[in-house]
Design a protein. Structure first.
Length: 305
């Protein structure tokens, strides 16, 4: 298959624009000034244009410059090309503005509920005209939305980003075991042993949740071969907090999610011995790309302490 390509005799757009300016303004000097270049530079560009096309395009005199017959014909063709280039430039600008006028974000529930609102306020002050659409789900859903192009940037709680995504740390939190004040663990002064915690069915998020995945990885790292048992599987953080506060059983949640309940005393958090549940919260975007426009701004805001 023969792919059409331009002849090397075709001048570049800047030379064609300069030729049109010389003809319109009648002077090499005025055309050079309009293009922000020196007159010798303008003359050099047009001599090279003449070398490419193989015919003189301008007649120069003390009174100025005017096109030759061939130059007038080339200028007529050049105007079509230059006008088309300006249309292309305007179209690209419109596409960029449309892209930068909206931002699709996918975030895990914990991040969407407890971190994103303050990020949004800061982003609004930077780009008040940007329309922001947030999809809140679990970390697996959020990563998939970015992979499939349904979001420009995502925020996840999973320990690792899936293949095809690049990730960067934006914040940290800690997973806590929480129970109702009347639960046996609620009044217990001694830390809970890891074996006891591992043997206790917990109120958990659904599979794919970053909170659940992070907790299970932390326990498995200390107890290889451990198989988790869920007392309840609920799809929202609020539902889990309500069930735990009602005495249904222990739950594991982000410290961000239970800060108000711990302060109010509706939930308590017993210590757990020999288990590190600190974790990283990450921004993700397609591998090989760099966030741009509002996505870049949001990423910068999320990274601020």
């Amino acid at each position: 298959m023969n792919v059409p390509h331009l002849s090397p005799r075709v001048p570049d757009l800047s030379a064609l624009e300069l030729l049109l300016s010389v003809i319109e303004l009648g002077s090499m000097g005025r055309a050079a000034e309009a293009h922000g270049i020196s007159q010798p530079s303008a003359s050099s560009r047009l001599r090279y244009l003449e070398k490419l096309v193989g015919v003189p395009v301008l007649e120069r005199s003390t009174l100025g410059s005017r096109p030759t017959a061939a130059g007038a014909l080339i200028a007529e063709w050049a105007r079509v090309v230059v006008d088309a280039a300006h249309q292309l430039d305007a179209g690209i600008d419109a596409l960029r503005e449309r892209r930068h006028s909206q931002l699709r974000v996918a975030a895990s529930q914990t991040i969407a509920e407890y971190l994103f609102p303050k990020w949004l306020i800061a982003l609004r002050s930077r780009t008040p005209s940007t329309v922001i659409a947030l999809h809140a789900g679990n970390s697996e859903d959020s990563a998939r939305a970015v992979l499939e192009g349904r979001a420009e940037i995502g925020f996840i709680e999973s320990p690792r980003a899936p293949k095809g995504l690049q990730s960067r740390l934006v914040a940290r939190d800690r997973l806590l075991v929480v129970v109702a004040p009347g639960h046996p663990w609620g009044a217990r002064r001694a830390p809970i042993g890891l074996d006891e915690l591992a043997a206790t069915p917990l109120i958990q998020r659904e599979p794919g949740s970053g909170t659940r995945t992070s907790f299970e990885r932390a326990v498995t790292a200390r107890l290889p071969g451990w198989k988790p048992t869920a007392l309840l599987e609920l799809s929202s953080t609020t539902a889990i907090k309500t069930a735990a506060a009602a005495g249904a059983g222990p739950a594991v949640l982000s410290s961000l999610a239970v800060e108000a309940e711990l302060a109010a005393g509706t939930l308590v958090s017993p210590q757990v011995r020999d288990l590190d549940m600190a974790r990283a919260l990450r921004a993700v975007w397609p591998a090989g790309q760099t966030p741009s426009g509002p996505a870049r701004d949001l990423y910068a805001i999320a990274r601020r302490p």
